[in-house]
Design a protein around this ligand. Structure first.
Ligand SMILES: [Zn+2]
Length: 277
């Protein structure tokens, strides 16, 4: 068990996976500074830091950032390389082929992420899944409602990803499809002046403050061995109504599924254990 691991919903904010889309780095660093400098004076900041686990990743394409290129140093578009309905777009030679994405996948496996926003800057959208397929994702009305919360604060427009344009192999679809987290792609305009940088950072900070407190609103629990109380790496199936499965955090056995208010049948299973419904 890692010493800093607590039973909390986890939020992940990866930015700049397209190395020439720089404002996401500023948005995430600004949000980080906001959290670090206002803990003592701002009860909402205090609540977030005390009750959520927040992963802030200002660039997940460092070579592309330095070179100011969309793709990484291998000339692969990292947002076409993820392994959920991967289709070889963007120069990707295989699903999750790039080291930048392998570490993100490992991070997703090792943690129970509830909420993810990844940042881009070629449009002004809160882009919700799916990107690869025209069908609405499970729990789509809940996802659209949460999209609107972010959009209202950040002064953006809500769009379905596929409706805007189809993408395969993106991080958003991978995160929601394989981990059951809720995940969005945020698109903001790349700023044209320094004052525009500040305004974009303020808007997205306000949106993140509004939405991050909702991380984990839904169903949560801890899965343990009933004899030894050791935490288990378990699958949590949402059987009725059917929703995307989630997995526990192997360190503590905790899970946090953001989901609409209602009644759900769950089935919990782990290797070498009888499932429980
Ligand atoms: Zn992008």
């Amino acid at each position: 068990t890692t010493p800093d691991e607590e039973n909390e919903p986890e939020i992940r904010l990866p930015a700049n996976m397209h190395g020439n889309e720089h404002i996401g780095t500023e948005i995430t660093l600004y949000f980080l500074r906001h959290l670090l400098t206002n803990y003592a004076s701002n009860p909402q900041v205090q609540d977030l830091i005390d009750n959520k686990e927040i992963w802030i990743l200002p660039t997940i394409n460092p070579d592309g950032k330095v070179a100011n290129t969309r793709r990484n140093a291998n000339n692969v578009d990292l947002n076409r390389d993820y392994g959920y309905f991967w289709d070889g777009w963007g120069g990707s030679p295989g699903p999750c082929s790039q080291i930048e994405n392998k570490v993100m996948v490992q991070h997703l496996d090792e943690n129970d992420i509830s909420l993810e926003y990844n940042y881009h800057s070629v449009a002004q959208y809160v882009n919700y899944p799916w990107d690869y397929h025209y069908a609405d994702p499970p729990d789509s009305q809940h996802i659209i409602d949460l999209s609107q919360v972010y959009a209202d604060s950040a002064n953006l427009t809500v769009t379905n990803g596929y409706d805007w344009y189809q993408v395969t192999g993106c991080i958003q679809d991978y995160t929601i499809g394989t981990s059951g987290a809720l995940a969005w792609t945020i698109e903001t305009l790349e700023p044209s002046s320094s004052s525009a940088i500040d305004q974009i950072c303020y808007n997205n900070r306000d949106a993140l403050m509004d939405i991050c407190e909702r991380a984990g609103w839904g169903i949560e629990g801890v899965v343990k061995d009933s004899v030894t109380s050791n935490p288990l790496y378990a699958r949590v199936e949402f059987m009725n109504p059917d929703r995307v499965d989630i997995y526990t955090d192997p360190n503590l056995g905790d899970f946090h599924k953001m989901i609409e208010q209602g009644t759900y049948d769950l089935r919990i299973s782990a290797n070498e254990y009888a499932p429980k419904t």
